[in-house]
Design a protein around this ligand. Sequence first.
Ligand SMILES: NC(=O)c1ccc[n+]([C@@H]2O[C@H](COP(=O)([O-])OP(=O)(O)OC[C@H]3O[C@@H](n4cnc5c(N)ncnc54)[C@H](O)[C@@H]3O)[C@@H](O)[C@H]2O)c1
Length: 458
Amino acid sequence: MRISVFGTGYVGLVQGTVLAEVGHDVLCVDVDAKKVEGLKAGRIPIYEPGLEDMVKKNHAEGRLNFTTDAAEGVAHGRIQFIAVGTPPDEDGSADLRYVLTVAATIARHMTEPKVVVNKSTVPVGTADKVRARLAEELAARGSTLGFDVVSNPEFLKEGAAVADCMRPDRIVIGTTSPEAEELLREVYAPFGRNHDKLIVMDVRSAELTKYAANCMLATKISFMNEMANLAERLGADIEAVRQGIGSDSRIGYHFIYPGAGYGGSCFPKDVKALIATAREVGFEPQVLQAVEDRNDAQKSVIFDKIVRHYGGDLAGRTFALWGLAFKPQTDDMREAASRVVMEALWAAGASVQAFDPEAMEETERLYGDRPELTLCGTKEAALKGADALIVITEWQAFRAPDFDLIRDRLKAPVIFDGRNLYDPGRMARKGFAYYAIGRGLGEPPAGSAAAAAESSAA
Ligand SMILES: NC(=O)c1ccc[n+]([C@@H]2O[C@H](COP(=O)([O-])OP(=O)(O)OC[C@H]3O[C@@H](n4cnc5c(N)ncnc54)[C@H](O)[C@@H]3O)[C@@H](O)[C@H]2O)c1
């Protein structure tokens, strides 16, 4: 089937590539000429495991092409996927500018009926707005061409996007049109050979399903962070608690890891957007607001522990930082906890020596050349002469480091672990002052600068 995809970001590029991989003829359209030229030349703008080879193979075999020419894009497919960004507006609501621009573009160029499929995460009611924009543009052309607007939210996870799209848990289709449903069944048939993955519902329910899924996951994380903060104050170990509750099949082990707060392009923006949507209909979303507030505060928890350890004296200190991406297996730094920690350290007069396996270019793009940030080629290089190590992203490469080397390279054996990667008992035996999340560290370990400061004050 011939398919057009507008937007070649994490969603559009991955989904377009996967659709080509199963045999569809896909044309990806983007307004970013540099990105499109790069893709044609085999340069992949994002890091996703398995993506590069799949893009190159399908492009070489002619099933996956790229263009900036919107007219060509509209002419290509009966199905037109919209996968452009929906960033937060000033009040937190989703900014629909890009989605509606694509809708207008489709209407301006179409010469046959189209099925417009919205993959971007959009508030309930957006399909109506897309429909209105299409109708308005067609009327302006004096055209009576027909169209359908379908909601097909995307559930891929960055870092596992290709695998998620190749083997989706479910494919949600929001439509009441039998023809549109039939067409999407054909598009997605290759992904449901094991069992039918399609869940068909009305458009508004499909739009809300995407927000409800992300908000549920964000709620689990914020709930667990709240328990972790409580555990610290009660002398309990959140890791024991996590296993204790995860073993209950009604709760499960997924998304109950305490940490330095959730980030990325989706959870923060989608929680905010659903809060805005709720308020627009006169409903106060108390749970969602608490989820957001807890997360905002959680991003500062590691910095607060650093301040406390050094008795507030951070000026002139240097910190090794492992992990810049908002989570492992991606180079995405949107709303990453690392940014909150780094920016707070800089504001306090400290500098950072940072390493991330994939997000170094992105860090350079975001922060440029500045004296308070040194980008290091290896995790070991980042340690050299630093006052302490801060771990923010749980990359595999950080899970079993050489602690003797860490101790040798740092000025003092101090680790602030925002992802609970190490065992506190082992860290203590190795002589580290070790701060994690929710692991009974209400008091600074004996021998730390904070402990010394406290005892001299007493
Ligand atoms: N990133 C994720 O993990 C993820 C997962 C599920 C859903 N989503 C949702 O999918 C949508 C896209 O997210 P993303 O992360 O892929 O965004 P992104 O910012 O990575 O990519 C968006 C792309 O759209 C292009 N674009 C903008 N206007 C255009 C236009 N008029 N025509 C053609 N291209 C245009 C941009 O140049 C950019 O390349 C968002 O609504 C997001 O919430 C994202």
